[in-house]
Every structure is written in C-alpha cells, then in structure tokens.
Design a binder for this molecule. Structure first.
Ligand SMILES: CC[C@@H](C)C[C@@H](CC)C(C)C
Length: 151
C-alpha cells in the first residue's frame, strides 16, 4: 500500500553544528525567538527538556494556518547529534496515522550538514506526501542558522 513514506532532505549550515543540535535537544523552546513567523511557541508538557520520553507541544504556522503538534522525544543521540520526535497529537494526526521527524547534524570540519528525515503512514492513499512540511523544516533550519550568523 502506498500509505507509508519517507522524505529525506539535507541542507548545509554555516553556523555551529553542535549548537544547532543542542537547540533541538535541550531548548526547542528557543526556536520561536529565531523563527517567529513559523514557530510561535514550544511548551514542555511532561518530563524534562532534553530527555527521551519528555513531551513537548508546538504552536506553529504552516501553509498560512496556525497549527499545533504534541510530540514525544523518542530518541536522542548526543554523540551523533540526532534527535527523533514522534508526533502524538495535533493537526498532522488528521492526515497521518504515524509521523516522526529526525533532525541529524553531520559535522565535517567547517561543514555542518543537517539531515531532516520525515517518516509517516498516511490515513489514506490520497493524503499528500509532506513535502511542504519538509520545506518548513528546512526554512526553520535556515532561520536558526541566520540567527547565529547575525548575533
Ligand atoms: C511538526 C512540525 C514542527 C513543529 C516540527 C518542529 C521540529 C520537530 C519544527 C521546529 C521544525
């Protein structure tokens, strides 16, 4: 069935890769300062920031509409600069049965490659693949980079 899918996109950032990873691991609530038109808020609903099993709640604006996403931090790999978010509630759950986002940073010298992996199972075959959400993640990535290059 064509209902499961996976999108992978890589993007180069000039700002510090360790800092970028640490933001998504420890302080996603700071992203609203860096990308205010896309991310309005990120609250901690359960557990502690930066811990697997903690639950965070995003208010974000995508495709011109205000949306929410409740996510559980499913995996953290500090060594490999990886964080995995599993969406458990919110607008995405109206279209997808399951939805996870993995943000991974590869640092090679001055190069920092951010890889976004979106894995999902659609609720029906006519649900589109989340290309515009992938664009959203890439734009948030660039906003975070810009914030660090200008500060
Ligand atoms: C579910 C869409 C947004 C809220 C995902 C966030 C990363 C998990 C956003 C900061 C790209």
């Amino acid at each position: 069935m064509g209902v499961t899918g996976k999108l992978v996109s890589k993007i180069d950032i000039k700002s510090d890769g360790d800092v970028f990873h640490e933001i998504f691991r420890e302080r996603p609530h700071h992203i609203s300062d860096m990308s205010p038109t896309k991310i309005q808020n990120c609250d901690l609903h359960h557990g502690d920031w930066g811990k697997v099993g903690s639950i965070i709640y995003w208010n974000y604006t995508h495709d011109g509409k205000e949306k929410v996403a409740k996510e559980i931090i499913e995996a953290i790999d500090e060594e490999n600069k990886l964080v995995k978010f599993k969406v458990i509630e919110g607008d995405l759950m109206e279209l997808y049965k399951t939805f996870t986002l993995v943000v991974h940073v590869d640092t090679n010298g001055d190069d920092n490659i951010v890889t976004w992996t979106l894995e999902y199972e659609k609720l029906s075959e006519d649900v589109p693949d989340p290309h515009s959400l992938m664009e959203f993640c890439l734009h948030v990535t660039k906003d975070i980079e810009t914030h660090h290059l200008s500060s």
